[in-house]
Design a protein around this ligand. Structure first.
Ligand code: FE
Length: 207
């Protein structure tokens, strides 16, 4: 059922470069895999190479909500924050894109606040035939104890394990002092205009 466009993948990796992994919260095994990812993160924008290292799994934190709507634009009327378009692909550890992968995003708004009643800044989507996703949102702000971050869950296939992680932003003051921060899951900023554009490839096991 699922396509496995291996050739397209390899080509894509050569043309644009497959990239890194996402981040998340909780866990304690935090910093060890940062080296490989840090190398990837040092590339500027879209020209990031695929590390082949799977996303570090961390706890989801206190604000996850199930049964989110399926949508790529998770903003709602009056959502506070600088517009952000985050794009990327879900890749396996051989840098092949995974079509139909499920990704569930949730985050704080530009004031550092979560919607814990409705679904503002929450939503899930599935990658397209080339493993791509596109998230329209706002740049999250820090909140007490945490630098700006976007939470996510990603699952390659229905029977695959769900990986929970978080993405961060470069050069934020709170990154250095946050115990959960993972430099390997910093998004790559492509454009910092009125709308910020960023990219990040999520690498997961195809098991
Ligand atoms: Fe959070």
């Amino acid at each position: 059922m699922r396509s496995n466009p291996r050739h397209a993948i390899i080509l894509a990796c050569f043309l644009t470069a497959c990239s890194t992994t996402p981040v998340s919260q909780t866990d304690t095994e935090g910093a060890s895999s940062s080296v490989d990812h840090a190398q990837v993160s040092s590339a500027s924008d879209t020209s990031v190479t695929c590390s082949g290292v799977a996303i570090p799994s961390q706890s989801e934190g206190p604000y996850y909500t199930t049964n989110t709507p399926e949508r790529t634009n998770i903003t709602e009327e009056g959502t506070v924050g600088t517009p952000l378009i985050l794009t990327g692909r879900v890749l396996d550890e051989e840098c092949n894109p995974i079509a139909g992968a499920w990704i569930d995003f949730w985050q704080a708004d530009g004031n550092g606040e979560y919607d814990n009643v409705g679904f503002e800044l929450r939503g899930h989507q599935f990658t397209d035939d080339e493993g791509r996703y596109r998230l329209e949102t706002v740049v999250p702000s820090e909140y007490p104890g945490r630098p700006p971050h976007i939470h996510l869950k990603v699952q390659a296939h229905e029977s695959s394990p769900i990986i929970t992680s978080q993405l961060y932003f470069p050069d934020r003051a709170g990154n250095a002092t946050d115990s959960l921060f993972r430099p390997e899951t910093i998004v790559h900023i492509v454009n910092e205009g009125d709308t910020v554009q960023a990219t990040y490839d999520l690498i997961v096991s195809r098991e």
